[in-house]
Write a protein that binds this ligand. Structure first.
Ligand code: C2E
Ligand code: CA
Ligand code: CA
Length: 313
């Protein structure tokens, strides 16, 4: 048996039982997040975090999402054909009250407070409007939260937006993490089946992080696995990371599933990935997330680079 402990110290008389419990509970949550079987004392850092989380949640409640939310797009690159296959849409929030808030901060806050399902439709509409102007053979990848997948009303809304967008569903890939499947597998499968029936593609995001269950690849008909950046980070440290990446790529290929390796930053990493059989990659080496206005320029540069390469051969 093991136990995690969260505890707090009473500092003044006006701290009632509920405040103390809230803090101890927060410290317990931290303890469980860090590792099993440790004790955490609530401190000033936690206090600041709680306060900033509250501020973010409050600003989210008053958000003018059409105005304050925008998207950045990051290319997914096919290194065997030297071409861009997709752009992943990544949410950006420039809050009237707080300024720029990092996506992982506000997405987590929106998920926790149940506001995510009202942000997703706004983001998806914007993403599809933008992608409609790209060449037909370039897809858009769009992130869905567990909340979007687990509510059938939210799925209705998403499908409706796809239908009225004028963008071919085959050009849309929804990225889903396993959190949704861990929470309610049947409902997640149901949602995925509905997306697929419409013709949309499904990617399993952050594959290999957390509690990845290889069984999902058998039970869920995904089109792409996105191999988590954590493996790429370990490429320099040992041979195992390369072997694991190769095994995931091979396994996926045997099942007819495509892959994208995430977070490729250096040419050295790229070389290791090539020897592991990687075909599609995403990361700073090929392009950071960019505003939509920069995409046509970026595509032109890529195209001219390819022409130059072809002429040189
Ligand atoms: P993600 O889906 O795993 O997206 C990839 C993140 O890795 C992005 O961070 C991207 O900027 C970053 N990244 C890409 N290449 C590299 C690299 O070479 N090196 C490093 N160090 N980082 C790289 P970002 O934009 O901050 O997004 C963070 C997370 O927020 C996303 O992780 C996704 O989980 C969530 N998110 C973003 N937009 C949305 C959205 O519209 N809806 C939902 N539900 N979640 C979103
Ligand atoms: Ca993603
Ligand atoms: Ca990812």
């Amino acid at each position: 048996m093991s136990a995690s402990v969260g505890f707090t110290k009473r500092q003044s008389d006006d701290e009632g039982a509920s405040r103390l419990l809230e803090r101890a509970d927060y410290a317990l949550y931290e303890a469980k997040e860090q590792s099993r079987g440790i004790a955490v004392l609530f401190d000033a850092g936690h206090e600041a975090l709680i306060r900033s989380t509250r501020a973010v949640e409050q600003a989210l409640r008053g958000i003018d999402s059409n105005k304050e939310l925008t998207l950045a797009f990051q290319p997914q690159y096919d290194i065997t054909h030297n071409r861009i296959v997709a752009f992943e849409a990544l949410a950006r929030w420039n809050s009237d009250k707080l300024g720029r808030v990092p996506p992982d901060v506000f997405i987590r806050a929106a998920e926790r407070s149940g506001l995510m399902t009202s942000l997703t439709p706004v983001l998806l509409k914007k993403a599809l409007e933008i992608c409609a102007a790209w060449p037909d053979d370039i897809r858009v990848a769009f992130n869905l939260s567990a909340r979007d997948v687990l509510s059938s009303k939210a799925v209705d809304r998403i499908l409706e937006i796809v239908e009225t967008s004028g963008v071919a569903p085959q050009r849309i890939e929804f990225e889903i993490t396993e959190t949704a499947m861990l929470t309610d597998f049947t409902q997640a499968l149901n949602a995925i089946a509905r997306f697929k029936r419409m013709g949309c593609r499904i990617a399993l995001d952050d594959f290999g992080s957390g509690y990845t269950n290889f069984g999902y690849l058998n039970r869920v008909r995904v089109d792409t696995v996105k191999i988590d950046r954590s493996f790429v980070l370990e490429l320099d440290q040992n041979d195992r990371a390369e072997k694991i990446i190769k095994s995931i790529i091979d396994l996926a290929a045997n099942l007819g599933i495509e892959h994208v390796v995430e977070g490729v930053e250096t040419t050295h990493e790229l070389q290791r990935l090539q020897s592991a059989g990687a075909k599609q990659v995403q990361g700073y080496l090929f392009g950071k997330p960019m505003p939509s206005a920069e995409i046509s320029n970026y595509l032109r540069q890529q195209y001219e680079g390819n022409l130059r390469r072809r002429e040189a051969v």
